[in-house]
Design a binder for this molecule. Structure first.
Ligand SMILES: Nc1nc2c(ncn2[C@@H]2O[C@H](COP(=O)(O)OP(=O)(O)OP(=O)(O)O)[C@@H](O)[C@H]2O)c(=O)[nH]1
Length: 449
């Protein structure tokens, strides 16, 4: 399917009360000839925002899981899947995220999940900013800085509440954090529609073509253990650990290769998005379900694993096995079963620290191979903290300018227009947390010819 046939998706984000719903209503009530499906990702109070969204012709879907960042992906995949069954009813999708969410996992869904990326293309991320409150919000919450960092367009809203001088100061603060975003000032989110829809800020086809093998998103679990088990009864034994409960998904027929573990992790992400059933010690663990092991009791706690025929069991757990000294024991022999394979996952996001942009500008050409190696290494080491990468590069021997784009670890370079008489130069912007400007500039300089 070509990118033209895919449904464009705009992610609308912004802190609580910044004006997301106001902008959404504005978009929905304007004459733009598009049929827009809206996905609301509201925290807690399901249904309330739907009532505030006008225009009954539009389809509104709600995601129930709200703010728990890493379950968002599973939930979003489910909602988008349902939406595809009514493909003839709409030609654009707007996802409004909760004011408390980091938009990263939502954006990553469109790069990671193949079913989703074959049908949808992420058009851009629009972040609403409350001009009167963003200064305080940035100091207090990571999420608000991440929302600013991810934006292709920042709508600096509620300009009526702030003086022009204060707006100028604010704009330069936001610009420091995210140098590649477009900033539009607005009152009551009144912005020309073409500044927020159909931006083509992400060129997904190119990104998918050059998709690096490894994009590590955040997962709702930290650990997977695979055990090779014969038919029989087993116990999953835990000792006291850092949490009085722990989420778990057990999958039968779990393979051990990296690819099979990734497949298992994707199924588990979806299962984790469903509400967990609690399980107290002594009970049997069901397969393919999100469960919550209750671990309040003192001492050892054991749960039953029934195996009807020999299989490999994958346990996808919220915490690592080590934290609870978790073991699998064959019941009748009282024998511990060795762990075959384990895999650790990037769990949730880290907090605080500073978000900023780094810009590198150098005249001349780069060696493409060196640049690729450097960029690959930089993003695999620091990709968690690098939210977006964008820029123009001059490849030696190439008449065209190269466009670079990235979200976390995933990056792409595409040929763009010819340089012609323009001086050949490189301009790169990284937006992220705790970036080391000097180190990055030195790394880049080594790629120059
Ligand atoms: N003074 C002023 N108020 C505004 C402006 N834009 C929106 N509002 C008001 O701000 C309040 C919050 O706006 P919403 O659009 O509901 O904000 P939201 O981001 O959807 O809020 P949450 O759903 O809580 O995250 C509403 O009462 C709006 O009428 C503006 O430019 N100026």
């Amino acid at each position: 399917m070509s990118i033209k046939d895919k449904v464009p998706v705009t992610i609308l984000t912004g802190f609580l009360g910044s004006g997301k719903t106001t902008l959404l209503n504005r978009i929905l009530s304007e004459e733009h000839g598009k049929r827009i499906a809206v996905i609301e990702n509201e925290y807690g109070e399901v249904g309330i925002d739907q009532g505030l969204v006008i225009n009954a012709d539009e389809e509104v879907f709600e995601m129930s899981n709200g703010c728990i960042c890493c379950t968002v992906r599973g939930d979003l995949i489910r909602v988008l899947g349902n939406l595809m069954k009514r493909r003839d009813k709409f030609d654009y999708v707007l996802v409004e995220t909760t004011g408390l969410a980091d938009p990263g996992p939502v954006a990553q869904t469109f790069f990671m999940d193949e079913e989703i990326s074959s049908e949808f293309t992420l058009d851009g991320i629009v972040t609403l900013v409350d001009a009167a409150h963003i200064d305080q919000q940035l100091g207090r919450s990571d999420e608000s800085s991440e929302q600013v960092a991810f934006a292709d367009v920042l709508v600096l809203n509620k300009t009526d509440l702030v003086s022009d001088d204060a707006l100028d100061t604010l704009e330069s603060r936001l610009r420091d954090m995210n140098r590649m975003t477009r900033i539009i000032r607005a009152e009551n989110a009144k912005v020309p529609i073409e500044t927020v829809l159909n931006l083509s800020a992400f060129d997904l086809d190119q990104i998918l073509k050059r998709r690096p093998t490894f994009l590590e998103p955040e997962y709702p679990f930290e650990w997977t253990g695979v055990y090779d088990l014969d038919a029989g009864k087993y116990e999953l034994m835990l000792e006291e650990g850092p949490d009085p409960e722990m989420s778990l998904v057990a999958l039968a027929n779990q393979g051990e290769s990296e690819e099979e573990l990734k497949d298992g992790s994707e199924s588990s992400v979806r299962l984790y998005a469903e509400k967990a059933n609690s399980l107290v010690p002594g009970n049997t663990i069901p397969y393919g379900e999100h469960i919550n092991l209750k671990l309040e009791d003192k001492g050892n706690k054991s749960f039953i694993l029934n195996i009807e025929k020999p299989t490999k069991i994958g346990l996808f757990t919220q915490h690592t096995a080590e934290e609870f000294n978790m073991k699998v024991i064959k019941s009748d022999e009282n024998k511990e079963i060795p762990l075959n394979t384990e895999r650790f996952w990037q769990a949730e996001h880290e907090h605080d620290d500073e978000v900023g942009s780094i810009a590198i500008e150098r005249f001349g050409d780069v060696d493409p191979e060196k640049l690729n190696t450097w960029m690959g290494r930089l993003l695999s080491e620091k990709g968690v903290d690098i939210f977006r990468t964008k820029g123009f590069i001059s490849y030696s021997g190439n008449p065209r300018r190269i466009v670079f784009q990235g979200v976390h670890m995933l990056f792409t370079a595409q040929p763009d227009k010819e340089w012609g008489n323009e001086p050949r130069r490189n301009q790169l912007v990284f937006i992220g947390r705790n970036l080391n400007e000097k180190e990055m500039q030195e790394g880049f300089d080594k790629c120059l010819i």
